[in-house]
Design a protein around this ligand. Structure first.
Ligand code: F0G
Length: 421
C-alpha cells in the first residue's frame, strides 16, 4: 500500500498491516501518503458529476489525498457534499460583512464524524476487523454505529451516562450498537475503551485512530473546492477531543507542501470555558493539564483530549489561535444561527461565538474571508433548543426565546393568538 504510519512525536515508522494507534513512545500515528497522492483539481471537479458513490463521496472523491484504499473495502453512504452557507444575519452578529458556514451537520448521520468514520470503517474492513468500538459524547458513536451496521460489523459504544444528547443516543441504539452507559465522564469512557479494545482485539475508532483523521481531512479539501480552490483567510471550528482541527490542518498542510495551494489559511479553535484544556495550554505555554470538563455543549465536554499533540502541530503550522467562550455565549450564537434558518447543535455554534470574540478583539478583521465549521445538526440536541425557547437555561439571557403558545381548540382562540403575534 502506498502510505506509511509514522509517529508524530519520535518519527518511528510502523507497519500498516498491524493494528496500532500509538507508537511505543505514546505518540499518535500519522498517515503519510506516498507518490500516489496526485490528484488534479480538474479531476476532483469532474468526479462531482459522477453517479458512482465512491466518486460522489465528499471524502473518496479526494481518495488520492485521503487514503488510496482498494475500492472494494470502501464503506460509504456517501458522506460530505455539505453546503457552504453565507448569512447576512450571522455576519452582522459577529461584526463582519460576510461569513461562510460549512454545515457538516448535513452529513448522513448529522455530523462531521461521518467523514472520518467512512475512512476508519473502511480501514477496519481492509484490516479484516469484525468488531469496532469508540468512546463518545454522542456523534462519533452515532456515526460508527451506522457505518458498522452497513459493513456488517459488531459495534460497541462507550458513552458517559446521562451526558449525551438524546438524538445521538437514539442513533446508536437504532443502528444496533451495544451501548454501554459508563458511570463517569467522556474521559473515563475514553480510557476504558482504549484498554478494552487492546485486550479484546476490537478495532478502536476514536480519532486516535490515524485513518479517522485521514477521512476528516476532507473538510479542508471540500471547503477549497466549494470556493473554486481559493484559500480562505480563516477556518474557525470548535475543539473537543481535537481530532477535527488536527485533521483540517493536516489537509491544508499537505496541499501546501505539495505546492497545490499558494498559502495556508489561519485556524481558530474555539473551546467551551468549562472544557478548555487546549486554551489553557496554548495561552500559558504549559503542557496539557487534563481537567474535569463541564459545559452544556455536551459534544465538547472533554477534559483530556487524545489528539492534543496533533492539534498543537496544526495550530503552529497554520499560525492558529485558541479562544474560549462561555455557555451563555454559545447559546446566544446558536440562537442566531438557528434564527438565520441554518441551525446547528450547541457545540457547533461555539464556532460563531468564538468568531464574534475574535472580531471584537481585532484578531479577525472586516474583509477577511472566514469559513466557520458547523459540526452537527440542529436536531441532534432538541432538548437544548426547547429549553432555550422556554427560557429555562439558568444564568442565560434567552434573548431570542420563541415561546411555544398553548391555545384552546377553538377558532376564536386560535385567531386571537395569531393576531397577538
Ligand atoms: N462538534 C461536535 C458536534 C462534536 O460532536 C465534536 C466532538 C466536536 C465539535 C469536537 O470535535 O473532538 O474533533 O475536537 N465529538 C466527539 C464525539 C468527541 O464523541 O462525538 P473534536
Amino acid at each position: 500500500m502506498s502510505w506509511k504510519l509514522i509517529c508524530i512525536r519520535c518519527g518511528l515508522e510502523w507497519p500498516t498491516q498491524e493494528v496500532r494507534y500509538r507508537c511505543a513512545c505514546g505518540g499518535t500515528l500519522d498517515v503519510v501518503l506516498g507518490d500516489g497522492s496526485k490528484l488534479s483539481f480538474e479531476e476532483a471537479d469532474r468526479r462531482l458529476m459522477s453517479r458512482g458513490s465512491v466518486d460522489r463521496s465528499g471524502v473518496w472523491r479526494f481518495r488520492e489525498w485521503v487514503l488510496p484504499l482498494p475500492s472494494e473495502h470502501i464503506v460509504t453512504k456517501p458522506e460530505g457534499n455539505t453546503n457552504l452557507y453565507s448569512s447576512r444575519r450571522v455576519a452582522s452578529y459577529v461584526g463582519l460583512d460576510e461569513v461562510w458556514m460549512k454545515h457538516e451537520g448535513e452529513n448522513p448521520t448529522g455530523s462531521f464524524k461521518d467523514r472520518g468514520m467512512t475512512a476508519g470503517v473502511s480501514a477496519a474492513r481492509w484490516l479484516g476487523m469484525e468488531r469496532v468500538a469508540c468512546a463518545s459524547t454522542g456523534n462519533t458513536s452515532a456515526s460508527m454505529a451506522a457505518y458498522a451496521a452497513q459493513a456488517g460489523m459488531k459495534a460497541f459504544v462507550f458513552v458517559p451516562a446521562g451526558q449525551i444528547a438524546y438524538g445521538k443516543l437514539s442513533q446508536a441504539l437504532a443502528y444496533g450498537a451495544t451501548t454501554l452507559q459508563i458511570a463517569g465522564d467522556f474521559d473515563d469512557a475514553m480510557r476504558l475503551v482504549e484498554q478494552v479494545s487492546a485486550s479484546e482485539g476490537i478495532y478502536l475508532l476514536n480519532s486516535v485512530n490515524p485513518y479517522r483523521i485521514e477521512g476528516q481531512k476532507s473538510i479542508a479539501f471540500e471547503i477549497l473546492q466549494d470556493r473554486q480552490w481559493s484559500v480562505p483567510d480563516w477556518i474557525v471550528l470548535p475543539g473537543g477531543n481535537l481530532g477535527n482541527n488536527a485533521a483540517i490542518s493536516k489537509g491544508f498542510m499537505e496541499l501546501y507542501q505539495a505546492g497545490r495551494i499558494p498559502r495556508l489559511p489561519r485556524i481558530a479553535v474555539v473551546q467551551a470555558e468549562g472544557a478548555n484544556p487546549l486554551y489553557r495550554a496554548w495561552t500559558t505555554g504549559r503542557p496539557l493539564q487534563p481537567m474535569r470538563a463541564e459545559t452544556l455543549a455536551t459534544a465538547i465536554r472533554i477534559g483530556d483530549p487524545v489528539s492534543f499533540d496533533r492539534s498543537m502541530r496544526g495550530l503552529n503550522a497554520l499560525n492558529g489561535v485558541v479562544v474560549s467562550v462561555d455557555d451563555a455565549q454559545i447559546l446566544d450564537a446558536k440562537a442566531e444561527v438557528d434564527a438565520a434558518g441554518i441551525g446547528a447543535e450547541p457545540a457547533s455554534c461555539a464556532s460563531i461565538a468564538g468568531l464574534k470574540a475574535l472580531v471584537r478583539d481585532g484578531v479577525i478583521g472586516v474583509g477577511q474571508q472566514v469559513v466557520a465549521v458547523l459540526t452537527g445538526h440542529l436536531l441532534k440536541d432538541p432538548d437544548s433548543v426547547v429549553k432555550y425557547h422556554r427560557s429555562e437555561w439558568p444564568g442565560v439571557q434567552c434573548r431570542l426565546a420563541n415561546r411555544p403558545r398553548s391555545v384552546g381548540a377553538t377558532l376564536p382562540e386560535v385567531l386571537a393568538a395569531i393576531r397577538e403575534s
